[in-house]
Each structure stands twice: as structure tokens, then as C-alpha cells.
Write a protein that binds this ligand. Structure first.
Ligand SMILES: NC(=O)c1ccc[n+]([C@@H]2O[C@H](COP(=O)([O-])OP(=O)(O)OC[C@H]3O[C@@H](n4cnc5c(N)ncnc54)[C@H](O)[C@@H]3O)[C@@H](O)[C@H]2O)c1
Length: 338
């Protein structure tokens, strides 16, 4: 039996951003299907508090596939040789439970996360939005720039990041890659001023953006924080916004932006307007007025990884691309002595 091994280059080739946005739109729309299974992820917070090891299983019956992402997040990797996220997505079929693909999770995570923000932005940002602020200048900033550009024509891009110098390096590299002009802001407040799309994509654990700085009508994707005690946005930002999430259950268990604002008494559970998948399916309303601020709190879901990796598998099969290995399959021992 052949199993695909897909490295970063193959994932990048087979999952371009515009296709990734469509794949995420489809996956999020399946979230509340009866044959979708998505337990909360299992996160081991390693000693010291900063490093995490996560196990993220899911089943997408509609696509006949199940799988798991196994991934580490080591923020101190930033600026060095290795990406902050390392791991694999394992894809199985639901005919015989066979392993079908082992896919690089650094690339899948980088692309699918930004593509999901792309779906949210396309649904919730003002139709004419195109003034983008990126807070953070790492892997997610890179893919979020591509994702935002794929759903709205960008007329201005500003970036702010710590430590000093990291945003400058990012801006010059992305200018070469995209042909866009990228301004380096001196502060997060300066980056956000007047922006109508804001993406927070940092490993910060304390707020980097205050609600007082956000322009009326802005859309915010809060992507970086994923534990109950960490956040990139302050309480004011969450309370001022119309809040959308990827998954309610995960938000109530993992999202510091939501949980800390609730603990401070600024919001309650009804503050969540809906999941992005519910907006896609017409179950939850989208933006209500031109002036309101919409906020998408992203935590990242295993079905996103599974759908993205499954897409890579399908494309690789169609194109005869990638490395294929014989792993598993027939009855063990059936050919012994033959
Ligand atoms: N929601 C999701 O689905 C999802 C998926 C992947 C990653 N993430 C999270 O997003 C965050 C970014 O991921 P990445 O792969 O881009 O990481 P990265 O290490 O490549 O980049 C992190 C960036 O944050 C910047 N930064 C750190 N602290 C800052 C601060 N206080 N102010 C301004 N900038 C600061 C760093 O300089 C760097 O530019 C991580 O916390 C990661 O775990 C979330």
C-alpha cells in the first residue's frame, strides 16, 4: 500500500493560498455535520510554560477521512534555524482505516491558519477594506499577508513586531516576494491606526493591541494566543467587537481573549455571535453595520489540518507528485514463509 510523504515544498506547491481558502471554507462549513467529529485537542504544556506539544484528532465523514496532527510549538525557535511549529499530519481513509499520507505540519499549519483568517475576513470585513495591519512578523505574518491579499485588494500594509528589527527584515523580504509596499510601524498603535483589517499573529502572552486603537468598521483576526491565560487583545477590544470564533467549545476552554474578558465581567457567553462555519451556512448573522468592529478569534481546529492535508493527498495523487512508501496494509504475517 502506498503512503504519500509530503514535505514543505510539496505542500506549498499543492496548497496555494487561493485554493487553501476554498478548502477551509468547505471544511468549516462541515463542522456541524453529524458525521464530523472534533474533540478538544490534547495540549501538553511542557515545563517552563512556553513550549507545547499538541495532539489534534478529527474525522470528516463527508470527505471519508480521519486523521491527527501532532505538533510542537516552541516560540524560542523564532529567528533561528527552525520554525516555531514542527510536526506531521497523518491522514487515514475510512474504508479500511488505512494510513494514506504523512504531511509536513509546519507548512499545513502556516497555510491553513491564514486561509481560515482569509475566510473570516472575506465574510466579515467591509467590502472595500484594504488597509492591513500585521502585528507580528513570523511565519503567520507571511501567510496572513498572502491570505489577506487573496480576499481583498490591499492598498496599504503596515507591520509591527518585537524584537526591534524583525519587522524591517520581514518587510523587505515580503516586498521582494509580493511587490507590495510594506511600511514598518514604530508601535502596534501606529500600525493599527485607521487600519480596516488587523491581524495579530505574535507569540505574545500579554495584550499587544488595545480596543481603544481600533478604527470603526475594522475587522480583526486574533490568531496568536491559544491558551486560557494568554491573549493578544485587551478586554476593551473584545468587548467593543462583534465576536466570531472557529469553535464555541474550544473558545470556552482555550481562548484567553474571551475567558479573561469574561472573568473581568466585561462580556458573557452570549457575546459570541457565532462560529465562522455558522456564518457560512447562514445559521449566524455576519457584519451588521459599516461602523461595527468584527473580531474573529482563531484557535485552530484539527479539521482544518485534516482537510488541508487531504487536499494535498488528492492533488499529489492526481499529479503523480511526491514520495510514496509502502507502509502497513495487508495482514501482518500473511506472507511469512511464502
Ligand atoms: N490560531 C491558530 O490556528 C494558530 C495556528 C498557528 C500558530 N498560531 C500561533 O500564532 C502565533 C504566531 O505563530 P508563528 O508561527 O508566526 O510564530 P513565529 O515565531 O514565526 O512568529 C512570532 C512573531 O511574534 C513576534 N512577537 C513576539 N512577541 C511579540 C510582542 N510582544 N509584540 C510584537 N511582536 C511579538 C515575534 O517577533 C515574531 O515576529 C504563535 O503563538 C502560534 O502558536 C495560531
Amino acid at each position: 500500500m502506498d503512503v504519500l510523504i509530503a514535505d514543505q515544498d510539496l505542500v506549498t506547491e499543492l496548497l496555494p493560498m487561493s485554493e487553501a481558502v476554498a478548502v477551509m471554507r468547505d471544511a468549516l462549513g462541515r463542522l456541524n455535520d453529524p458525521d464530523t467529529m472534533l474533540p478538544l485537542r490534547n495540549v501538553l504544556a511542557l515545563p517552563g510554560g512556553e513550549r507545547a506539544f499538541s495532539l489534534m484528532p478529527s474525522y470528516l465523514g463527508g470527505l471519508g477521512t480521519l486523521g491527527v496532527k501532532i505538533i510542537t510549538a516552541f516560540p524560542a525557535n523564532f529567528g533561528g534555524e527552525y520554525d516555531t511549529h514542527q510536526g506531521v499530519v497523518l491522514v487515514f481513509d475510512d474504508d479500511h482505516g488505512r494510513l494514506r499520507a504523512i504531511v509536513d505540519a509546519t507548512a499545513i499549519t502556516a497555510i491553513r491558519t491564514a486561509a481560515v483568517s482569509g475566510v473570516a475576513t472575506d465574510l466579515l470585513a467591509a467590502p472595500g477594506a484594504g488597509d492591513l495591519a500585521l502585528i507580528g512578523a513570523g511565519t503567520q505574518a507571511h501567510t496572513h499577508l498572502a491570505a489577506m491579499a487573496s480576499v481583498r485588494p490591499l492598498r496599504r500594509v503596515r507591520v509591527f513586531s518585537l524584537p526591534a528589527g524583525s519587522a524591517e527584515e520581514f518587510a523587505r523580504r515580503e516586498e521582494r516576494l509580493t511587490g507590495l509596499t510594506i511600511e514598518v510601524a514604530d508601535s502596534a498603535q501606529e500600525a493599527v491606526r485607521g487600519a480596516d483589517i488587523v491581524c495579530t499573529v505574535t507569540t505574545a502572552t500579554e495584550p499587544v493591541v488595545s480596543g481603544d486603537w481600533l478604527a470603526p468598521g475594522a475587522h480583526v483576526n486574533a490568531v496568536g494566543a491559544y491558551t486560557p491565560t494568554t491573549r493578544e487583545l485587551d478586554t476593551r477590544a473584545v468587548a467593543r467587537s462583534r465576536l466570531y470564533v472557529d469553535r464555541r467549545e474550544a473558545t470556552l476552554s482555550e481562548a484567553g481573549e474571551f475567558l479573561l474578558a469574561r472573568a473581568e465581567g466585561a462580556i458573557d457567553d452570549d457575546h459570541i455571535v457565532g462560529e465562522i462555519g455558522e456564518v457560512l451556512n447562514g445559521v449566524a448573522p455576519g457584519r451588521g453595520s459599516a461602523d461595527e468592529i468584527t473580531l474573529f478569534k482563531s484557535l485552530g481546529l484539527a479539521v482544518e489540518d485534516l482537510a488541508a492535508a487531504r487536499h494535498v493527498l488528492d492533488r499529489a495523487r492526481e499529479r503523480g507528485a511526491g514520495v510514496w512508501l509502502e507502509i502497513g496494509g495487508r495482514h501482518f504475517g500473511s506472507t511469512a514463509g511464502a
